[in-house]
Design a binder for this molecule. Structure first.
Ligand code: PRP
Length: 184
């Protein structure tokens, strides 16, 4: 049950970092900026499953412009180069000539997105942008062009609003930090 002090945290969490209202307000601002920058273009919002799906669902409804959605999934190459990923679910649509924005829940080292962007760039979109809800920029290993950023966050493990710990907590309506002792 929620109380007047706010939602009850799961035991693995120690603090709400971003509450649902703050996220919703920022999502509206990001959506308005995307609509303004891409009016009249063949706009595609693409996310990398699974964590980004929740942000994409809210963000796309905040973009007052014609757009299409598409999804991809990747998995890490064990023993491959750092950040090397293979596509386990590719986009359904061709993106040549389109204004593509990759929508992520979080950018950490940037390695995953760096690979995804290089794969997408080879398909010759007219433009290729990035919109991330959370940016753990202090952890960045590769430099990435982040076009739209929701929040810069500290170097803490976070759950909620799409982000998981062992597959759980993606459905929390807020983003919370995880207690150090709960991280395996
Ligand atoms: C998260 C996130 C990014 C990646 C960021 O996905 O959605 O894709 O990690 O990390 P990086 O910047 O260090 O590469 P995750 O691997 O947790 O998969 P999930 O979305 O299915 O939870």
């Amino acid at each position: 049950m929620s109380s007047e002090r706010g939602p009850d945290l799961p035991p693995v969490a120690d603090r709400v970092l971003l509450d649902a209202g703050s996220i919703a307000e920022r999502v509206r601002e990001l959506g308005a900026a995307i609509a303004e920058d891409h009016a009249g273009e063949d706009l595609r919002l693409i996310t990398v499953l699974r964590g980004g799906a929740m942000f994409l669902a809210d963000l796309c409804r905040a973009v007052d412009a014609s757009l299409q959605l598409d999804y991809m999934a990747v998995s890490s190459y064990v023993g491959g180069a750092p950040g090397a990923v293979r596509i386990t679910k590719d986009l359904d649509d061709d993106i040549e000539g389109a204004a593509v924005i990759v929508v992520e829940d979080i950018i950490d080292t940037g390695l995953t997105l760096n690979y995804v962007l290089s794969m997408l760039r080879a398909r010759k979109p007219a433009s290729l942008g990035v919109c991330t809800l959370l940016d753990k920029d202090v952890r960045r290993i590769v430099d990435l062009p982040v076009t739209y950023r929701g929040f810069s966050i500290p170097d803490r493990f976070v759950i909620g609003y799409g982000l998981d710990l062992g597959g759980l907590y993606r459905n929390l309506p807020y983003v919370a930090t995880v207690r150090d002792e709960a991280i395996l």
